[in-house]
Design a protein around this ligand. Structure first.
Ligand SMILES: [Zn+2]
Length: 296
């Protein structure tokens, strides 16, 4: 079996075992970031909650079986219903609760490509992802940016092109000074760039740079996965991506093959220990960057 294929199967296995874990063991944890904004963690993408007199504004909703636990957790903070739910992108660990949340009265908003992808069959890391039911699709879509004026804040939802997928947005709470990046940021780890869904290394770096232009030294940054972060840490993450892109591009310029780059741990050696060993290993990341740059 080819090396790349073995790696691929390993990653797919990790992904499947992650998404099929028993939800009975999953606890929803609450992290308060400001008086009005919380991050909830459970299984899947980090959830953002913005609570105020106008209602609850939520970002991403993890997997369907977790909805009752998520709603119960929100109830411990406020009695107001979830009015608006933003999907940062289409992946199931960020949109799995959509149908339940709509039944519960939420209006779902996302970039138009989120709705398009959810409305059709997709393949992620070699695994078929069938289209979502109509009842799970976003109600309102947009093409570039959108502003919400809610709960005494001005909230920007900004689309970035071909980054983690082709439908990503980040959400910036300007007065609270919080940014939820969805999967435009895997805190402290190599990011998953979903090339089959229109993602690209160049778009990913551009997206991170856009957030770095908005953030200041006191901005709290919610990543799609893992821990709360900040501008300094995101800058180091961006520099890692830029460095690896340059190394892989040089290999491509030297006519190196995908297999050679995938196996060459030297290319990313400064980063393998810190950023590897999680969902996306250093081998998979080098292969992804190579494929993304080597478009003829
Ligand atoms: Zn994702």
């Amino acid at each position: 079996m080819r090396f790349e294929k073995q790696l691929f199967i390993l990653v797919v296995f990790a992904f499947i075992s992650c998404t099929n874990a028993q939800d009975k063991e999953i606890q929803i944890k609450t992290h308060q970031l400001t008086e009005q904004i919380y991050m909830l963690t459970g299984q899947g993408g980090n959830i953002g909650l913005f609570i105020g007199e106008d209602g609850v504004f939520m970002i991403d909703d993890q997997f369907a079986p977790l909805t009752p636990k998520i709603l119960a957790t929100i109830k411990t903070i406020t009695n107001k219903p979830v009015s608006y739910l933003i999907n940062t992108h289409w992946h199931g660990d960020h949109t799995g609760g959509n149908e339940n949340m709509k039944k519960n009265g939420a209006t779902i908003i996302a970039h138009e490509n989120v709705r398009k992808r959810m409305n059709t069959d997709n393949t992620v890391l070699g695994k078929k992802k069938p289209a979502s039911p109509k009842k799970a699709l976003p109600d309102i879509t947009f093409t570039n940016d959108m502003m919400f004026h809610i709960n005494n804040d001005d909230v920007l939802i900004s689309h970035v092109h071909n980054a983690h997928t082709d439908g990503d947005s980040f959400v910036y709470f300007s007065k609270n000074n919080i940014i939820h990046m969805g999967d435009l940021y895997f805190q402290g780890k190599f990011p998953f760039i979903d090339l089959d869904s229109g993602g690209s290394i160049n778009g990913y770096i551009d997206a991170v740079n856009k957030v770095l232009m908005i953030a200041n030294d006191t901005t709290k940054i919610i990543p799609g996965h893992r821990n709360i972060s900040n501008k300094a840490e995101l800058t180091i993450f961006r520099n890692m991506l830029v460095s690896i892109r340059a190394k892989v591009q040089a290999e491509i310029d030297n006519k190196k093959s995908l297999d050679e780059v995938t196996k060459n741990r030297e290319l990313t050696k400064k980063f393998n220990n810190k950023y590897g060993g999680w969902f996306i290993t250093d081998d998979v990341f080098r292969a992804t960057v190579y494929k993304s740059l080597n478009v003829k």
